[in-house]
Write a protein that binds this ligand. Sequence first.
Ligand code: ADP
Length: 186
Amino acid sequence: MSELNIFLGPPGAGKGTQALKIASEFDLAHISTGDMLREHVSSATELGKIAKSLLDEGNLVPDELVIEMLLERLNNEDCKNGAILDGFPRTLPQAKSLESLDKEFPVAKVFVFEVNEDELIKRILLRGEMTGRSDDTEDSIKVRFEVYKKDTQPLVDFYNEKNLVNVIDAVGEVEDIYNSISRHFK
Ligand code: ADP
């Protein structure tokens, strides 16, 4: 049995930064579906060709494609000790797909990152300048926030009903936020 820990929150909330640190400290796999999709785009795979324009516009990649990619990834040896899911699930069908894996990969904890919208926009635009990420533009950010509210935010209730949610105040020093998450792993 390998436990999954879900990092949930709007774009720019710092899920990736914290996921990297927690995964390395507690020897868990770090699975970022956004990173995986960007790799598909840069190596121009079939999936990458489909995903490219969706990513750039700020829209989601279809559930069935992301679910298939995730299931394949979970079979990897490095997930035996458990994993951090960073950016998955992002829709109700994706969350339901995890429910069907409950015996082998139960969801242990869900961390909901809370950051106000002004701070998010500032962070994403800065990241866009620094990394050149093609979806870190004002137009795409607008779409990503709308998509988050419509498709992803309902997952907070979904996991709240299962009593799995820990809310994280994700504004402040990276180290302080890390401490507020890592205490749940000790
Ligand atoms: P952010 O959290 O800043 O939006 P990510 O790297 O997590 O960045 O995701 C970037 C993009 O990758 C999303 O806007 C979406 O197009 C796509 N993506 C990532 N994860 C998923 C997913 N689980 N389902 C559908 N699309 C996804």
